[in-house]
Design a protein around this ligand. Structure first.
Ligand code: G
Ligand code: G
Ligand code: MN
Ligand code: NA
Length: 249
């Protein structure tokens, strides 16, 4: 249909761009890496957010091609960052099950030379619904040295099964718990327990959606490693984080 044709045209005309949101070490607020977030720079409508077009990209299967572009662009961008800083890339269920995500990842790493340890894939539970099919693919990607983060943690139904069975390296605490921690004792209990669980499983943990100093102080107090949110930075084009010398003169 028309949206699919528009997406094909957007891909051909290079209208997609990646914005980056910093992920920081909560102890000293140093930047550990960035999450890549897809945007569509539409010639007439301006900047379009992913929620409006990713469903069509998934239904039409185009997310496989777009996803390949995202992986390569993200790895290429990360090559210009400080040594050791990671790039986190969101992966859709369709990419995992219909595309060859292992080949996409290998291709992106090979063509850019990014060390695998600097790439992390973000997977939501809905991406992992077909767990048996996902298991072999994810083990293969993990064996390359690429990290695997369980995104929106705490919002799914079979969290513990995924943690037990999949080679996950990081938990990303859903921003709902952070946004309610000041007023909801249960949110605090869930956050503290999950941070403790991550420690026992030797997983890294990132709290999402940190917007104020109260939330930051509380998360530091319970030993959360890393955080992300508007307090540290909104998603932005990378040239706004790292102006090139030519832009400064
Ligand atoms: O900032 P924000 O509006 O960008 O993102 C909204 C949602 O869109 C995210 O929660 C994520 O699920 C999805 N999303 C953003 N970027 C990507 C991407 O590069 N690939 C996929 N598959 N989903 C993305
Ligand atoms: O679902 P996922 O976590 O991949 O996507 C991140 C989404 O959360 C993006 O839409 C991003 O713009 C949004 N986001 C990031 N930081 C904050 C924050 O501090 N507050 C709110 N409300 N949204 C955030
Ligand atoms: Mn994410
Ligand atoms: Na999330």
């Amino acid at each position: 249909d028309t949206m699919k044709a528009e997406l094909l045209r957007a891909l051909a005309h290079k209208e997609f761009e990646l914005h980056y949101q910093p992920i920081v070490n909560l102890s000293d607020v140093s930047v550990l890496g960035y999450e890549a977030l897809l945007r569509w720079r539409h010639p007439e409508q301006g900047l379009i957010l992913p929620d409006t077009f990713i469903p069509t990209a998934e239904d039409s299967g185009l997310i496989v091609e777009i996803g390949q572009w995202i992986l390569e662009q993200a790895c290429q961008d990360a090559c210009g960052w400080e040594d050791g800083q990671k790039v986190a890339v969101n992966i859709s269920a369709v990419q995992l099950h219909r595309g060859d995500i292992g080949a996409s990842v290998r291709q992106a790493l090979a063509s850019t030379g990014l060390p695998p340890s600097r790439l992390e894939l973000e997977l939501t539970e809905s991406v992992l619904l077909n767990r048996q099919e996902a298991e072999a693919t994810l083990a293969d990607i993990r064996n390359l040295g690429v990290g695997l983060a369980l995104d929106d943690f705490g919002t799914g139904f079979s969290t513990f099964t995924y943690l037990a069975e999949l080679p996950v390296t990081r938990i990303k605490l859903d921003r709902h718990f952070v946004s309610t921690l000041e007023t909801n004792e249960r949110s605090r209990a869930i956050l503290a327990s999950t941070i403790n669980l991550a420690r026992n499983l030797q997983l890294e943990v990132t709290a999402e959606g940190i917007e104020n100093m109260t939330q930051l102080a509380w998360l530091r107090g319970v030993g959360c490693d890393a955080g992300q949110g508007y307090l540290f930075g909104k998603p932005q084009r990378q040239d706004l984080f790292f102006p090139s010398p030519s832009r400064l003169v």
